[in-house]
Design a protein around this ligand. Structure first.
Ligand code: SF4
Length: 328
């Protein structure tokens, strides 16, 4: 008997939680189908089915879901992210994601596997959240428990690579799934990149900004490299945190990057039309206006051209390189 096929859209939180979801569903006996990097065709499918004013990451996610339907998978896993820290919630688009997609893509309802992800810690791999999902595919409690444990082990491994080895999301996933070590060299410049994983690592939106910087002689650090304790420490001075879980992670990483004397400049990658980032961007602008550290915002959407990004990134790195040479 062939295994049922479950699709994981390679968008939104996929790169942050892939190391849990993939082994979890595989341990349950399913074949996991991932859509892979975003292509122009996937983007165009998403644009066709989305309202124009929604942010580009949501259009891209919609495109990946349509791609999985075209591939004829049996199920598509679309969680409703509610919270991963007491007091923090997800952006409203994440909260309404399954409903929005159900109403946008009528064929999806019978294939959608969904649930509320509402936990107190970013480690989502717990029986409380995944028992009901597991029960859709097996009545064997032990098998579900084993699947959660296997997934948890992999996700903790992923986080260990991020925090202890300073791998970003992409390279940490590479290490977990293929054993390939991250490309690391001693480059003269270090840049802090602030951005949601689905912007920075998406081939269309982020346009491989991390590799572009690397080719220009800059290593990068990202928020994934901070553990939750460090995030909370960095935000201690705020009377009130932002509402959104990952926006708080970005804000905390900005504080860390601005304080870190080894970091030469900071780039904020943000999607056009992002509500939470309009707050975050303003806070960064106000809080760090007195900092001598170069800071640049790169706003991306489905129309952003590669040459535009390349020119801006090159100019930013040139400026830093010149100022470093001048000081030495
Ligand atoms: S946080 Fe911003 S970019 Fe992300 S889903 Fe919400 S509106 Fe879109």
């Amino acid at each position: 008997m062939t295994a049922a096929r479950i699709g994981l859209p390679t968008a939104l939180m996929h790169s942050y939680y892939r190391s849990f979801w993939k082994p979890f569903f595989e341990e349950l006996g399913l074949e996991v189908i991932e859509t892979g990097p975003t292509t122009k065709a996937i983007l165009n499918k998403g644009i066709r089915y989305s309202v124009p004013e929604i942010c580009a990451p949501m259009k891209i996610y919609t495109g990946h879901v349509l791609e999985l339907l075209d591939q004829g998978v049996d199920w598509i896993y679309i969680p409703r992210f509610v919270s991963i820290r007491k007091g923090d919630v997800f952006c409203p688009k994440f909260l309404g994601l399954p409903d929005m997609l159900k109403h946008t893509i009528p064929d999806l309802t019978s294939k959608m596997v969904t649930h509320h992800l509402n936990v107190k810690h970013e480690n989502i791999a717990c029986m409380k959240e995944y028992l009901e999902i597991g029960k859709l595919f097996t009545s064997n409690y032990r098998k579900i428990k084993n699947a959660v444990q296997t997934g948890r082990k992999k996700w903790l491994e992923f986080r260990k690579y991020c925090v202890l080895e300073r791998y970003n999301c992409q390279t940490a996933n590479g290490k977990v799934f293929t054993g390939k070590p991250a490309l690391q060299s001693d480059l003269p410049i270090k840049i802090g990149v602030i951005g949601y994983v689905y912007n920075v690592y998406d081939d269309i939106l982020g346009m491989d900004i991390i590799s572009r910087l690397y080719k220009l002689g800059a290593n990068t650090v990202t928020f994934e490299m901070l553990e939750q304790g460090e995030i909370d420490r960095q935000l201690r001075g705020y009377k009130k945190r932002l509402f959104w879980a990952f926006s708080n992670k970005l804000l905390a990483s900005a504080h860390q990057f601005f304080r870190d004397a080894t970091i030469d400049g900071i780039i904020h990658v943000t999607a056009f039309g992002c509500g939470p980032d309009s707050f975050l961007g303003k806070i960064l602008e106000i809080n760090f206006s007195q900092s001598p550290k170069p800071f640049m915002t790169v706003r991306v959407d489905e129309h952003t051209g590669e040459s535009h990004l390349q020119t801006r990134v090159e100019a930013f790195i040139d400026m830093i390189a010149k100022s470093k040479n001048f000081k030495e």
